[in-house]
Design a protein around this ligand. Structure first.
Ligand SMILES: [Zn+2]
Length: 236
C-alpha cells in the first residue's frame, strides 16, 4: 500500500501532475485515522465510515474487556474494495491477518453488493449488519492476541468473534436473526466443531451464541478456549 511518505514524494512533481496524482492518491490510498478511545488506526477511502467503524471498535473492546480479554491490542483496520488474497478470500467479507495485526474488511458498498447477490444469514443488508462485520473481525484480532496456545482449530478461532458479533447486534437485528435460525445452542464443547462451522457458518454462529449465553459458559468459556483448556473437536 502507498503510504504517506510516498504521497510526499508525489508532491515534488509539477503542479498539474501533482493535482492529478494527489486526487488519485486520496481516492485510492486514504490517510490513516486513529480512533480516539482505542489503539486502532482506520484506513478508508470514505471518511464517512470512520465514526461508524470507531464506534463498533469501541463496543468490541469494551465487551471483550468485560469478558476478561484485557491485554493492550493495537490494530490496523483497512476498509477496502478487495481483500488481500488468502485461501478463502472469494467467500469472505473480512479477514484478520495475524502476522501483521491487520484487519481487512470490504467496504460498505462492496458488502452490500455481495450480500444482495449471495445473501448473508438470510438477513437484509443494513448499517447495523455491516457494523457487526467490523465487530467480528476486530474480535478476531483481540482474541488472537490472547490465545495462550499456538495451534487452535477454526472452531476455536471463530467462537469468540461470532458470539461477540451477535451479542453486540442491536436488539432488533439479533432477534430477527434468532427468529430465523432457531437451532438450539451447542449442548457441549464436543459439538463445537470446525466441520460444523465450514458446513454452515450461520448456524454455527447462532448455536455458539446460544451456548455462550448459558450462565455456566459466557466469559468462562472464552478463557477455556484461550488457555487451550477445552479441545474443541477438530483441534489437532
Ligand atoms: Zn471469523
Amino acid at each position: 500500500m502507498l503510504k504517506l511518505r510516498q504521497i510526499h514524494l508525489v508532491k515534488a512533481a509539477g503542479w498539474m501532475f501533482i493535482s492529478f496524482l494527489f486526487l488519485w492518491n486520496i481516492k485510492v490510498f486514504a490517510e490513516p485515522y486513529k480512533c480516539s478511545n482505542e489503539d486502532v488506526t482506520v484506513y478508508t477511502e470514505r471518511q464517512s465510515e470512520i465514526a461508524f467503524a470507531c464506534s463498533a471498535i469501541d463496543k468490541t473492546y469494551t465487551f471483550l474487556r468485560t469478558a476478561g480479554l484485557i491485554k493492550h491490542v493495537s490494530i490496523d483496520l483497512h476498509i477496502v474494495s478487495e481483500l488481500p488474497k488468502h485461501n478463502r478470500s472469494e467467500l469472505c467479507l473480512g479477514h484478520y491477518k495475524k502476522t501483521e495485526k491487520g484487519v481487512y474488511i470490504l467496504s460498505y458498498n462492496t458488502c452490500r453488493c455481495r450480500i444482495i447477490e449471495n445473501g448473508f444469514w438470510d438477513l437484509n443488508f443494513s448499517r447495523d449488519l455491516y457494523n457487526s462485520f467490523i465487530v467480528h473481525e476486530i474480535a478476531h484480532a483481540i482474541a488472537g492476541a490472547h490465545f495462550e496456545v499456538e495451534s487452535h482449530s477454526i472452531a476455536a478461532e471463530e467462537y469468540i468473534p461470532y458470539t461477540t458479533q451477535i451479542a453486540l447486534m442491536p436488539e432488533g437485528l439479533r432477534q430477527e436473526l434468532l427468529t430465523k435460525i432457531t437451532n438450539e445452542g451447542f449442548k457441549n464443547e464436543e459439538e463445537i466443531t470446525s466441520l460444523f462451522h465450514d458446513l454452515s457458518p450461520s448456524v454455527f454462529a447462532v448455536k455458539a451464541y446460544r451456548h455462550f449465553r448459558r450462565k455456566e459458559n459466557g466469559s468462562n468459556f472464552y478463557q477455556k478456549i484461550l488457555k487451550g483448556k477445552c479441545k474443541l473437536n477438530g483441534e489437532e
